[in-house]
Design a protein around this ligand. Structure first.
Ligand code: GLY
Length: 372
């Protein structure tokens, strides 16, 4: 079994993302070089703990590393002030010192929360991400964005705090429900769409078999996605420029998530997929890309059994103006202007701050009209 390593070259904050099968069992040996004493504190959530905590603790014990764990409630609601307080107080109870390492074992919620708790604990301790969802493996565990939600919105309080190491164990994807796997796939396809047409073509050929469980294909898809994210983060760690490309589909997605109450009606990755299709539709209507390109994007998402259109979202949605108003509350609004990632072709995305309001409105109104 091959193990891949992607280096994220950020000077003093550089680190590796290790991608492969069976990494839980090797967790101790992989983490040991970062430890001053042979113990770690693990932040996780109960569902992930039930499937993976014992295996990971055994992997740590193989290298003589002792561990204690706090398993929080699963779900987005844990990523709040209360979850942060609970995590930080527990880490202090555990007497975690400045030179110790915290392990975040879980999906995006635990990664963001555990990363932020590590960023503020004793003014910053190192942490290791062990992402257990596809979305966390290809996106949220890499790049150092950490934080929590407040009543004002998602991820509005946080810090850039890069992990010391990321372990992406391909085996853990076996335990994901099919819907969660496909939602994570929304972020994978985003990489092809934003910057690598050959990867998108590879996905058109291989993603159905990958979704069925082929681990070699899964490892390649995670490896390529992480490599692309690492390249972008290395160029623009704090999102002053190119990193915004990673937000392809996200302006639409955030409005749709807000409109559906951040509920199971629409998972984040599902919103990203629909958002990518809408971003290509908007690009075509603005004459930026060929008229047939949005159809190709949608055809691939449909082939994967994914939602592609506003019509696929169950329940009521606000009218087009309501969705635009929700977009205006997004973090990416600058000087009152909406920011979109548009594309000249598959694999050729760019940042656009001057989308004509009437074209945006027509894309949304037509999508809503198709809901019947
Ligand atoms: N998930 C987008 C980013 O890390 O910048």
């Amino acid at each position: 079994m091959t193990i891949d390593r992607v280096h994220v070259p950020l000077g003093a904050r550089a680190y590796d993302v290790v991608i492969g099968q069976g990494l839980m069992a090797q967790a101790g040996q992989l983490i040991a070089p970062f430890l001053h004493r042979k113990q770690v504190s693990v932040l996780t959530e109960t569902r992930v703990a039930a499937s993976h905590l014992e295996g990971m603790k055994a992997g740590l014990a193989n290298a003589g590393i002792a561990s204690t764990a706090l398993a929080l409630e699963p779900g987005e609601a844990t990523k709040d002030w209360d979850g942060l307080r609970q995590s930080v107080e527990w880490l202090l109870d555990e007497k975690v010192e400045r030179r110790d390492v915290v392990v975040a074992l879980g999906g995006g919620v635990i990664g963001d929360l555990g990363g932020f708790a590590s960023a503020v604990l004793r003014r910053g301790v190192r942490f290791v991400q062990i992402p257990t969802s596809l979305l966390a493996q290809v996106d949220s565990s890499v790049g150092g964005k950490t934080g929590i939600n407040t009543r004002h919105g998602k991820n509005l309080v946080g810090a850039f705090h890069q992990p010391a190491l990321v372990l992406a164990d391909i085996d853990v994807l076996d335990t994901l429900p099919a819907r969660d796997f496909l939602a994570g796939y929304g972020e994978v396809v985003k990489y092809g769409l934003l910057g690598d047409s050959a990867f998108f073509e590879w996905l058109e050929r291989n993603a159905p078999a990958m979704a069925k469980g082929d681990k070699t294909l899964r490892q390649y898809a995670v490896h390529r996605s992480v490599q692309m994210k690492a390249d972008i983060v290395a160029r623009d760690e704090t999102e002053q420029g190119d990193r915004a490309l990673l937000n392809l589909g996200h302006t639409f997605c955030h409005a749709l998530e807000a409109a559906t109450g951040y509920s199971a009606r629409l998972l984040h990755g599902e919103g990203v997929a629909i958002g990518c299709a809408l971003a290509f539709e908007l690009s075509a209507r603005m004459g930026l890309c060929a008229q047939e390109t949005p159809g190709r994007v949608r055809a691939h998402l449909r082939q994967m059994g994914m939602a592609t259109d506003l019509a696929d979202i169950p329940g009521d949605l606000p009218p087009a103006e309501g969705l635009v108003a929700l977009m205006a509350q997004d973090k990416k609004v600058q000087d009152g202007r909406l920011r979109f990632i548009l594309a000249r072709d598959i694999g050729a995305a760019f940042v656009c701050d001057d989308v004509p309001a009437d074209i945006l409105h027509s894309v949304l109104a037509d999508g809503l009209a198709a809901r019947g």
